[in-house]
Design a protein around this ligand. Structure first.
Ligand SMILES: C[S@@+](CC[C@H](N)C(=O)[O-])C[C@H]1O[C@@H](n2cnc3c(N)ncnc32)[C@H](O)[C@@H]1O
Length: 347
C-alpha cells in the first residue's frame, strides 16, 4: 500500500515544487545529492560500508557510510566490491516507496554484480520501507528493523537481515487486514526473523484478542531464535504460538487439534510441492471467508500453486500486492469429491 499513486513524485516534490508543474524529471544527480537528508528525515541508519549504483544513462554513483557520516560521490570508489544496476525510474520508484526492490530484483529490473547482494539491497530496502511504516511503529522493534536493516541476536549484537523478511508495505497490509476484518486466528509458515509475525501479533494486541501461530523448523539453527526473541522483546507472547517443526508435521497436528483459522500466510519453502502441501492443509483449517496469502507469488513454484488453486478450488483473487504477494479469499469448503472424483481444470 502506498501513500498515493504519486508517491515517488510526492517525496521529490517536497524538495522541488517545480517538479509538480511538469512531468516528473528523473533527476538522478539531484536525488543522490538529497539522499542523506532523505535518510535522516526517515531515521534511516545505513549500514557501514560502500553502496555502488550503476544507473542507466546517468552514470555510476557511490554512497558510503563511514563512522556516522554519509558521502555521495560520482563513479565507483571501490569497483572491486560490485554494484547494483538499475534504471533511473526504478531508483525513484524504490526511494519513493512505489517499487519493492526485492520484487524488482526477482523480475530482473535490478541486477546485482559481484560482492554480497544483501548489503547493496539493504539501503534500497530501507528507503522503500521508510515510506510504508506507520509513524507509531518508529520506536518498535519493527521500526528499528526497517530503519537499520538489522535485528539483535540473543547477546544484543546486530544481524543483517537482507531480503529474508516481508517489506513494511506487506506487513502493514497484513496488519490492516486483520484489524479491518476482525480476524482472530492467524497462521504463518516460515517465521525467520519474525517480521511478519510482529505485524500480525501487533494486530491481535490492538484488538485485545486473537492468536498467531508460526511454523518453522530452522528457527534455532538458521535464525538463532531471533524471530522468537523479537516477539518476546516486543511483549507479544500472549498472542503468539510457535511450532518448531516442518510444515508437513506441524500442519496435520493443527488439523488434529481442531484448530480453525481466519488467515494463512504461506512463506516457507517456496517449492511447488511444499507450497501445495501448505495450501492443502491450510485450506482444511481455513474457514470459508478466510484469507489465504502467498508471499513471493512470482516464484515459479508458488505461482503454479496459485494458478492451481484459482482454477480448481473455491477461492477468489482479492489483490496482488506490489507484484509480490497474492491475497486470496476462500469462498467455500471443498466439495469436488462429492461431485466428481476426477474433477480437474488445467491451470
Ligand atoms: C522467507 S522466510 C520467512 C520470512 C518471514 N515470514 C517474514 O517475513 O519475516 C522463509 C522461512 O521458511 C522456513 N522454512 C523452510 N522450510 C520450511 C518448512 N518445511 N516448514 C516450515 N517452514 C520452513 C525457513 O526456515 C524460513 O524461516
Amino acid at each position: 500500500m502506498t501513500d498515493s499513486p504519486l508517491a515517488p513524485v510526492a517525496w521529490f516534490s517536497r524538495l522541488s515544487t517545480s517538479v509538480l508543474r511538469s512531468p516528473p524529471p528523473v533527476d538522478v544527480p539531484s536525488l543522490f545529492a538529497r539522499l542523506p537528508q532523505h535518510l535522516s528525515d526517515h531515521g534511516i541508519v545505513p549500514l557501514e560500508g560502500v553502496y555502488q549504483f550503476d544507473v542507466a544513462n546517468e552514470g555510476r554513483w557511490t554512497v558510503s557510510q563511514d563512522g556516522g557520516s554519509l558521502a555521495i560521490a560520482r563513479g565507483f570508489t571501490r569497483p572491486e566490491l560490485g554494484h547494483l544496476a538499475l534504471t533511473p525510474e526504478a531508483l525513484f520508484g524504490i526511494v519513493g516507496g512505489e517499487i519493492d526492490p526485492v520484487a524488482l530484483l526477482r523480475a530482473g529490473g535490478l541486477v546485482h554484480h559481484g560482492a554480497e547482494e544483501t548489503h547493496f539491497l539493504t539501503l534500497l530496502l530501507q528507503c522503500f520501507n521508510a515510506r510504508h511504516l506507520e509513524p507509531s511503529l518508529r520506536d518498535h522493534a519493527l521500526g528499528r528493523f526497517y530503519r537499520t536493516g538489522t535485528c539483535e541476536d540473543a547477546s544484543g549484537d546486530p544481524v543483517v537481515v537482507g531480503g529474508w523478511s516481508i517489506p513494511a508495505s506487506v506487513g502493514q497490509m497484513l496488519n490492516r487486514l486483520v484489524l479491518r476484518e476482525g480476524l482472530g486466528r492467524t497462521l504463518e509458515i516460515g517465521l525467520a526473523y519474525g517480521i511478519s509475525a510482529l505485524h500480525l501479533c501487533e494486530a491481535h494486541r490492538a484488538r485485545g484478542t486473537g492468536m498467531h501461530t508460526a511454523i518453522d523448523p530452522w528457527q534455532t539453527r538458521t535464525f538463532r531464535d531471533i524471530g522468537r526473541l523479537n516477539v518476546e522483546r516486543s511483549g507479544l507472547m500472549p498472542w503468539f504460538e510457535f511450532l518448531d517443526a516442518p510444515d508437513w508435521l506441524a500442519l496435520p497436528r493443527l488439523l488434529e487439534r481442531g484448530v480453525r483459522i481466519d488467515l494463512a500466510f504461506i512463506d516457507g519453502l517456496h517449492l511447488f510441492d511444499t507450497t501445495l502441501l501448505d495450501f492443502f492443509y491450510c485450506d482444511l483449517i481455513l474457514r470459508p471467508g478466510g484469507y489465504l496469502i502467498f508471499d513471493d507469488c512470482t516464484f515459479p513454484g508458488v505461482e503454479g500453486v496459485i494458478e492451481f488453486v484459482l482454477a480448481n478450488r473455491a477461492y477468489e483473487l482479492i489483490e496482488e500486492h506490489h507484484h509480490r504477494v497474492s491475497v486470496l479469499r476462500k469462498t467455500a469448503d471443498d466439495d469436488r469429491a462429492e461431485q466428481d472424483v476426477a474433477f480437474h481444470r488445467p491451470f
